[in-house]
Design a protein around this ligand. Sequence first.
Ligand SMILES: [Mn+2]
Length: 322
Amino acid sequence: MMKPMINQEIYNLINDSMHIALAVHTNPDGDAIGACTALALVLEKMGKKPIILMKDIPDKYNFIHGKELIYDEYPDNLPLELFIALDCGDKERIGEYISIFDTAKITINIDHHITNPKYADYNLVNSNASSTCEIIYELIKDWGLSLDKEIASSLYTGIAFDTGGFKHNNTSSFTHKIIADLLTYNINFTDIMNKLFFSRSLSATKLLAYALNKMELYQNNQLSICTLDKKELEKFDAKNFDTEGIISFMKNTEGVLIACLLYEKSENEIKVSFRSSDNIDISVIAQIFGGGGHKKAAGCTINKTIIEAKDEVINTILKELF
Ligand SMILES: [Mn+2]
């Protein structure tokens, strides 16, 4: 395969710089956290001074290496030559660090979202890659640099996360070849998989049980709905609760084609997540409410009471999809 020129250009830009900022999207997920720590650790090995700009990292990522390179803000006393945005499908996703992106001399955008508008000076966007971590792996190999256990753990985390544990259709044979290589570094993949997908706090387990018990079924059990208001979430001490954990249980119930979880973030601010199976394009429903997403996973925010939002969602789904 021809090596893309951009890979070499990015290498040269990094090689010519010393102080490099890395940033990911707000509310960082496994791929974002894996990609920025893996790349920062590589940059450090190259003798560079990487600064990761990142906040609100969920506790479950405590095992990640390179945490000492993570800062809330870019240090005032340091110059900045290069800004690398990772896993940010558009510029706005950089969040509060956008002002630093805008003032950086040179910007690079490394991402795998198909809708990425290539907002940086240099753009490496590969929508065939399962994850940004997969792209970072290719870069490291292409640059002729070596991995180590810490970098391999970060890359594994991102790839495992974005492929849903190697089961989403973005998983390719190339993905598995990368994983085969990463496992030669003796990483604790069992522990990573448990932390990413299976372990949860006691309060989260109790909330999950409560939500599943409360779940309502419509349309001959094909549509599953659950609402969680603020009081209920507070009762379970659910600050950043695991919507994904709850809605996947709802959707994986036999016969259910559409699952919908509504929760009250604040008064008249209802966050709605949708999941669908078979060929149902649930993003059309999210779009009706001003949201969006993928065909089988989408979301929106509805500014009504949770009861009103639930009724509207049910009526819209029944009208549009059944
Ligand atoms: Mn990603």
